[in-house]
Structure formats: C-alpha cells, structure tokens
Design a protein around this ligand. Sequence first.
Ligand code: C2E
Ligand code: MG
Ligand code: MG
Length: 707
Amino acid sequence: MSALDEPQMPAGGDTHIADAHVDGAPALSLELLLQNLPGAAYRCLNDGVWTMEFVSDGIEKLCGYPPAAFMARPGIPFASVIVPEDRIAVERGIALAIEEHRAFQLTYRIRCANGAIKWICEQGSVAASGKVLEGLLFDFTRVRNADMLVHEQASYLQRARDGIVAIDINSRITYWNNGAERLYGWNAAEVRGRKFSELLCGNLPAYHAACEATLSNGEWSGELAHVRRDGVAIETDTRWTLIEADEALGAPQKILVISTDISERKHSEAKIYHLAFFDALTDLPNRASLLDHLRRALLGSARTRKCGALMFCDLDNFKYLNDSQGHAAGDMLLQAVARRLEHCVREADMVARLGGDEFVILIQPVEDTREGAATQAETVAAKVVAAMAAPFQLAEMSYSVSVSVGVTTMCGTVDTVESTLRQADAAMYEAKACGRNTYRFHDPAAQAAWSARAELENAMRRALRDDEFVLHYQPQLDRSTRVIGAEALLRWRLPDGKLLYPAEFIHAAEESGLIIEMGRWVLRTACAELARWQRYPDTAGLTLSVNVSASQFIEPDFVPMLQQIFEQTGVQPSGLKLELTESLVVSDFTQTARTMGMLKQRGISFSLDDFGTGYSSLAYLRKLPLDQLKIDQSFMRDVLTDQNDASIVRSIIALGDSLGLQVIAEGVETPGQRQFLSDAGCFIYQGFLYQHALSAEHFTQYARMVH
Ligand code: C2E
Ligand code: MG
Ligand code: MG
C-alpha cells in the first residue's frame, strides 16, 4: 500500500485524488476503494517479466497468491502466472501500446496457485517512458465463457447445412448463414437489408401466402421454388417460424426461415416418376399412365357428361420386321411410329404405348354426344392410318408398315376403364379381320354411320369412274322474262335410275376430298356445254354459272386446270360465271383475291352465292373483283310475310346497286315474290316460277323458246 502513497506516483494516475478532501465532501478512502475493486490494481516494471512494485489485495482472489508474493524481492514475477502460450501475445500488445503511446486492453489466461486456469482482462497504460505499467486486472472468465458460448452457438447456425435466414416483417434480411449462401448464391454482406422476396422471387404469390400464414399461425412449412443468383431454379423444403418481438432486448418481430435444398430429391422423384409412367423406348406414357389418365377421363366425363373416345392401334405384321431384321430395327420403327402418332392428336389428347407394337390414343371427353366423339375419333383414326402410308426410313432400310385401329366412344356415366379397354381391343381385332390397314368402331351406331359414309365415298368414286354424274341447267331470266343464262347444278344418276341431289352427297364429297375431282368434272362438262351454246346464235350470248367449292378454288393448280379446260373445249371464258361462297372469301382473302384477279383477266365473271347467310364484310366486298350478288333462297321463301327477310333482301339489292354489282335472286317461286323483287330493284331471277333445273337438251330447247 505504501507504494501508492509515494510522491513519485505516475502522472495522471487517479490515485492522486485519493484521501483528499474535495469541497468538504467526505474523503474517498483509496484503501476501501481498492478493497472493493472487482479485481486488482497494479503497478509493475516493464522488465520483461513484469515485476510488481505494487498490487492490490484483490490479486489474491484473482490468482490465489497474496500481493506480498509478487512484491517481495525476490518475488513471483507476474509473467510466471501467465499461461506460457499467451505470454507472447501479451508482450506484443504492450509493445504496440508503447509504440503508439496509448493505453492497452489485453485478455489472456493465467494459472492460479491451485492450478486452475482463469481468463484475465487487463486494462493498463504505460508510464515513465515505457518503463512502468499501471492498470487493473479483472477476472474475465465468466464473460469470456459467455462469449464463447454465443460464438459457439452462432457457429452452429453457420455450420448448419440448411439455409437459415431471418427477415423482418418487411421481408428485409437481417440474418443469413453460410448455408443460405451455399443455397442461394449470395453472401451475407450482399443480402443484408435487401428484401428476401425480391431477391429470390421464384413464386411471389406462394411467398406471400407463406408470410401471411406465418404471421397469423406463428409458423408455416411447405415447399417453395426459388431462383438462385446464377439463375438456376431450386426447390426448397421450408419451415418458417415467427419470432415474437422481445421488448426487454429491444428486438422487433422477425421470421426465421430454415430451408433445405430438395432440388435433387425432386429431380430424382421426377426421374422415378418418368421411369414409372413413361415407356423407355418411345418416351410415350406407358400402360400405368394410360390407365391413370383413362380413369381420370372417365371420372371427369361422369361429372361433365361429355363423351370421348379410346383407340387401340396395332401395327400390322410388326413381328415380321422384328424376326427378319432384328430387334434394333423393330425398336427404331416403334420410335418412329410413336412420333407420327403424336402428330395425329391434339395437345390435350394422349398417345400411350402399352407394350410391343400396341399403342393407345385417348381422346379427351369434350363432345356432347357419342356421335360427336365418334366423329372426332374418326378424324384421328383416319389420320393415324394415313400417317403410316409413307415408308419409314430405318437406318439404311426403307420399311412400310400399316396399322389396324379399333375405336370405341366412352362416357363416364356408363363406361368403365375395363369396358372401354375391352371394346377398343375388340374393335381393333375387327379392323384386323377386315383386312388390316383400316379402322373399325366398336359402337354399333358409330360403326353404322361410318360404314354408310365409307360406302357413299366408294360409290362416289365409282360414279366418277362410270360417269354417273350429270349436270342440269336452271334458267336465269331478266325482267322481260328472257333467258340470259343458267346455273349448272350437279345431279347423280344411280345405276337404278334414281336421281340424287347435291344435299345427299356434296358434304361427304367435301369431307373426303373427292370434291376436287368432282369439281373438275363439273367444270369440264359445264364448259363443254357452254362451248356448244356458243356455237349457235340464239344461245351464244348465254352465261353459265358454275358452283365452285372453297377447297376446289384454293387448290394450287385451279387456274392452270381451268386454262386447260378452256383449251380442250374451245369455250369463250367470258360466258362463264363462277359462284363462290362467303366462307371461301373469309377463309383466305388474299389468296382468293389473287386467284380471282387472274381469272378475271381471262374474262371470267364471279357471283357471290348464298349472299346474306355468311359473314360478308363490306371491306372485302369492295376489294374483290365481283360481278354479281346472289340473294340466298332462304330469304326469298318468306319475303312477302317476314319483315326481316324483306328488309334484308332490300338491303342486299341496295348494297349491290351502290357497289355497282348485278343482283340476282334465286328461289323465286311465285309472281308475288317476283313483284317484290322488281319493286325493290332486282331484275334477274332464278327459280321454280320459271323452271326447275333441266337436262342439257331440255335447257337448250327452253332457251330457244323463250329467247
Ligand atoms: P345453290 O348454288 O344455292 O343452288 C341453288 C339451289 O336452289 C339448287 O338446289 C336449286 O335446285 C335450288 N332452287 C332453285 N330454284 C329454286 C326454287 O324456286 N325453290 C327452291 N326451293 N329451290 C330452288 P340443288 O341443285 O339441290 O343444289 C344445292 C346446292 O348444292 C347448291 O346450292 C350448291 O351449293 C350445291 N351444288 C350444286 N351443284 C354443285 C356443283 O356442281 N358443285 C358444287 N361445288 N356445289 C354444287
Ligand atoms: Mg349456286
Ligand atoms: Mg345459292
């Protein structure tokens, strides 16, 4: 103690005020102060071993040696109680403080008299030009251990494999562990204060839903998709926990987000799913997948009452290829067939491979009736059969294969997975029995409708070959009841003499594509007849109107084909008028206008048939090189009694006038209708009031008579 009282105490040492009376305040007892100090005050020489000149009593509590043990000469140098491993650090710390003329604070370990190790915090300063050190020594063990605990616990968070993130209620990131860095690609410094939602917005609505659930329930867990810093999408299994605000600590409410990367697991799951539900050879859905989809389709169909269809497609003679060329060739063919089949269906429909050379097509139930579903299915079945027509190129070899298709319609209220499969299978065997390379329906009604259509198509082919079609000519007259021309109307005279009208076959001809050949025949026959008229003065000025189907008109070789007919028949094209329908004009305006333009140059004129029943727009009416509008007969029927029809007819006539087009009315059956038309300004007529369509011979007789 006496050392402290000595006058050579270091300058600036607080001990100067000790024992002094300040303005009458009670004297501070330095001794008492030192006794109560939680540690020890010291003054030592900076002699390398820190020989104590003075150390307060607290040193004994700190290290177990009494102050006298340090202050005796020779006594214990303070350096000897410092754990050897820490001594160099202490020396360095002091040397640096001397160099920089500042106080120092050091923490290090000492070995106590009883052998225990303690952490010491030393706060000191340097006096007497570096020769003396003075300061305080505290027991730092508890703080140090608590610190260590915090560090250790923080390191657990850092070392966790999961991404651990804390966000505040504004979604701003306040904590981000190494796992989060590994998972998301950003490091903690880069993300602090940024919004979690903006950083990783894989699926914002899902993120916000998770946030809301956590705020209201205290926790949420589920899967979230994110986009990493490098742009890679990842999937995470995530647990969110609400950390309530801690007012004592001044900590606001937060959300702790712990996320595990499950991308790989998801990937494997997808792979396993693919293996389980897809055929390895063709990559088409397999049997299990088909059964699942079929079951769902039937359930849906039972609910919506819509009908769909199922088709079994079996390659004909596939076994032969496999046996003769080996399995590799067989595999290649199956893969190529799979690709062609996929092109035959709409996106919603499904092509599956059952195994071997058996494929199945599921047509989703979207039709109101079985007939509708059968029509849909038939289109697909026809496509499937046609799709196999071109040979397959298998490495060096070209191979042709055909397919037999069995079709059944299905409706969930009646059919089951088993019955549907059985029926399609049975229909497929039926197709095989019918000579393969074809399709058959299981449903009797659908089969009957299809058979009738197929029969009609065959009969039309025969009719073309055997010249069973004839043209009849219905006169067209002007206001003075003079014949000015005719419309050629197609008739089909069956071998038994019965006459069929277009309503019974034109639609089927259009559906099957036969209309192209049929239309060519009509034009050739009509032009030949017109050429005959042109050879006689009393019929030379007549025009002949010919109906042309849309599909025929847009054929690429329509113009050259007509040109050839003109040359072969020697007809003057100026007498020919083509009747087009509004649907054609609407479907491909540019192409139609171009073709019309080319034909117009050759002198042909055009009439717009069935006018008023379609979607004509004034814009295209003006742009097309039309000559005539033909009022549809449906407006004529009730023109005298129905105000609507009457005003439509009047409007068409006015429209024709303003566009400079001739207007003709068809379906004129009574003098009253004719009167109405002439009152309204239409002066060309076609209808039963004058004549039905006549054979070529009768027409010319009639024309000469009323000439
Ligand atoms: P469309 O071109 O509108 O032909 C007029 C139809 O009205 C003809 O029926 C004709 O017989 C009928 N008709 C004429 N006057 C009257 C009448 O006063 N009252 C009634 N109720 N009907 C009358 P058709 O010959 O049965 O032809 C029906 C449709 O078949 C034609 O309608 C046309 O769209 C199509 N068609 C006829 N021949 C051909 C052809 O050679 N090629 C093409 N692609 N289609 C044709
Ligand atoms: Mg017509
Ligand atoms: Mg018409």
